[in-house]
Ligand binder design. Sequence first.
Ligand code: IMP
Ligand code: MG
Length: 172
Amino acid sequence: MSPLTPVIGPEAIEARVRGLAREIDAHYRGEPLVCVCVLKGAFMFFADLVRHLQCGPELDFIRLASYGGGTSSTGKVRFMHDVETSLEGKHVLVVDDIVDSGRSMEYLLNILSRRGTLSVKLCALLDKFERREVELKVDFPGFPLKEGFVVGYGMDYGEHYRELPGVFEVKP
Ligand code: IMP
Ligand code: MG
């Protein structure tokens, strides 16, 4: 296993997740909302976030697969699993683990916004905004993050570390 350095602890995550839930509730109050979890990385964040929401959203899940490999994102994604809910006439909040270049989310948000939605917005636990390669704003960002590859709280390195309750930097 690789050495891990703590970056964000479970208590700080919990506090920020509650804050995000309040912001999201205030924004969508009384409106039809579907929260879409981007598997697999966002599963833990999503589960914690939605249990604090009081706006009664529908929940659904997507799984993307990037074309190509390596560590840098091409942004070309395809659906391994699409949502099963109709998004027509509803607000959509995509919930992801971390936005880096922004290419995958730019691509996804574009596709979803062509489905007759009222709006499509993005919530991400971590926002590597300095590394953005496209113009993409995270509407509900959890924490800003600079350089480094992080794992834990749903995020993996070779499918390991997803189960950790906090976020760690991994130096492979
Ligand atoms: P983007 O298209 O460059 O924004 O790629 C974002 C995706 O790459 C995220 O949703 C993660 O799945 C993955 N990713 C980017 N940085 C990290 C990291 O530090 N740890 C784990 N996954 C990451
Ligand atoms: Mg992801």
